[in-house]
Design a binder for this molecule. Structure first.
Ligand SMILES: *[C@@H]1O[C@H](CO)[C@@H](O)[C@H](O)[C@H]1NC(C)=O
Ligand SMILES: *[C@@H]1O[C@H](CO)[C@@H](O)[C@H](O)[C@H]1NC(C)=O
Length: 216
């Protein structure tokens, strides 16, 4: 008896977590985000459906190139719930990514989304690394029209290997995928992670860690 009760609670606990980790199916047609409301659910509260209009489901501007004049030579233009309130509770969003020649979208992860990407201009080297202990690096080069998927949570990047600019569009399986850029999170946290810890983690001299930290 006790064993089966324990089993049932373990099973229901894991079911609950699967549901919460991946945006559950909406129980209404839509729930246009009302970011002004102070309450927070798993997502944003809904605007009164009677006042919802086409504009709540609309975003304009993805034809515009992003500014890639920065240290990494890329720019992500997001269309997630912050830009398009109609995405609230729907478990989907998209981005445009512009790359300067040789630019990179540096190694990063999306804690809440799988990403499917297609190249619409140029050529990209793309890759991701599997989780421990294998840490397999899986990579390929994409040309215009090719599609690649980055599984949820895994560290991935894109690199423009062409001599001209490149452009990609990607869809993500969350209204709010989140992004953790590895270098910024590890070397540029606020407050910083002690260089003693990072020196040991990366197996390098403290001075090297401190030099990297000054860049973020
Ligand atoms: C692009 O960003 C750079 C660096 O922030 C800035 O100097 C430049 O004016 C921007 N270019 C455009 C077209 O906005
Ligand atoms: C990191 O933080 C410590 C204080 O916690 C500070 O003394 C040190 O200068 C910081 N290092 C960098 C590179 O910002």
């Amino acid at each position: 008896m006790a064993t089966s009760a324990l089993l049932i609670s373990i099973i229901s606990l894991s079911l609950c977590c699967i549901v919460f980790a991946y945006e559950p199916s909406p129980l209404q047609d839509f729930c246009v985000a009302n970011p002004m409301m102070p309450t927070r659910v798993n997502g944003l509260p809904c605007k009164n459906p009677a006042t919802v209009e086409a504009n709540d489901f609309f975003f304009s501007g993805l034809h515009l190139p992003g500014n890639t004049s920065n240290a990494v030579g890329s720019r992500v233009t997001p269309v997630s719930v912050a830009q398009l309130p109609g995405l609230n509770t729907l478990g989907i969003s998209m981005v445009r990514i512009d790359y300067a020649p040789l630019g990179i979208n540096p190694p990063h992860t999306h804690p809440r989304a799988t990403e499917i990407l297609t190249v619409i201009q140029g050529s990209l080297l793309v890759g991701f690394v599997t989780s421990n202990p294998d840490n397999r690096f899986i990579a390929t080069t994409l040309k215009k029209g090719d599609v690649f998927v980055f599984p949820v949570g895994l560290i991935h990047f894109q690199h423009n290997v062409g001599t001209k600019k490149a452009v990609a569009l990607a869809a993500l399986s969350s209204q709010n995928p989140g992004v953790i850029t590895i270098a910024n999170a590890v070397f540029g946290s606020n407050p910083n992670i002690s260089s003693d810890i990072l020196a040991k983690a990366f197996q390098v001299d403290k001075s090297i860690v401190e030099q990297i930290q000054t860049k973020f």
